[in-house]
Design a protein around this ligand. Sequence first.
Ligand code: AMP
Length: 282
Amino acid sequence: MQKIENCQEIQALALAQRRAGKSIALVPTMGFLHDGHLELMRQARKLADLVIVSIFVNPIQFGPNEDLDRYPRDLEGDLKKCEAVGVDLVFTPTPQSLYPDFFQTAVTVTEITKGLCGAGRPSHFQGVTTVVSKLFNLTLPDTAFFGEKDFQQLAVIRRMVTDLNFPIKIIGVPIVREKDGLAMSSRNAYLPGKERQEAAAIFAALSQAGSLYREGCRESEKLCQIVLEQLEEKIKSPFRVEYIKLCETLNLTEINGLVKQPAVLLIAVHLAGTRLIDNLQL
Ligand code: AMP
């Protein structure tokens, strides 16, 4: 497995591979890899000749009071994990190499970035779409893999790729969960023992709404309400709900009233100073 830090070097390598007729898959990550990330890599491995994983904690997608400085990192461990699942190349750029002096360009998806996570993190998605565009141009992938855990992010990337005609197929990968149902996330490492146990209530609450839906309930308010009730019942530590929303799967428009189309229930909760997100497609 190769490791490259330099932007020119990886772009030259990617170009040579494409000219030689090889297919490239990209898995963008911020590192501190867990089995959710590795699942993206395993899927990529099945599909492409060359699997590239990027590891980059992207400063421009963090807000001023967010966890950029304390975001967990373990490059050595990450490299071992990548190698074990058959990744060919890990790209580890520095912030200075991706955002040199005088950098002043941004990619913005205007509408589906406004609600949900975008409401509480106003510059977040612009940071994501800008860095992902750069990673696409540097690694020239045929396919790129993103997790459904970040459901809005996946929708934003799909929108961007369609709107800007990137010749790249975006593949969404289902959420990988811990045994107790908590969606795997690098940020779970922030949770102290008690809160970590209580965090399992998030998926349990979504699942309760899923059961209610399967029993025939189609009222969005009731489906969201049961999630809140379940959290209040099961989480004893202080927590704050940022949002619980039922949205159309395709464009993430909020559903008020009756659910008539494919829908997804999305949640963001703050627990022990940690922002946790999850979702369930109904
Ligand atoms: P991150 O390192 O958090 O930026 O995540 C990198 C990629 O891994 C994103 O496409 C995430 O959606 C995906 N991902 C993170 N956690 C999971 C998970 N539990 N299951 C599936 N994909 C995930």
